[in-house]
Design a protein. Sequence first.
Length: 151
Amino acid sequence: MPSTATIRALAPGDEVAWRRLWTDYLTFYKATRPEEVYATTFSRLVDASDPGTFGFLAEVDGEAIGLVNCVIHRHLWRVEDVCYLGDLYVDPSLRGTGAGRALIEAVYSHAEALGAPYVYWMTQDFNTEARKLYDRVGELTPFIKYQRSAA
């Protein structure tokens, strides 16, 4: 059994580990992104002048095994800002160890400290393993997502 995961804020020196984990996350969803998106996203996540875009890493014995990427934004139905948990990933060999839950709880705490106590996220319906965790730490909503078709 691996050691308990340590959760810490993403830092500029974490780019290699973050890229590896984010690539694995995108691969799970059968998605790819160009280099410009990788570079821009990481830069935004570690930009100290923008506390509304942030990320955390989960580490076990000093090795990055999970990540979470988030954005704080305004909301039209609330006075306070809200937090969108955009990406959550834990290495498949370490799922079920509490790392995913710890990452989500770190987001809850950080978002609340930034004045955004409402945290939301989406997942695909086939992501059954992750949904078992989500059912324990969140509330399933009835919303269906639509988006603009590619122009």
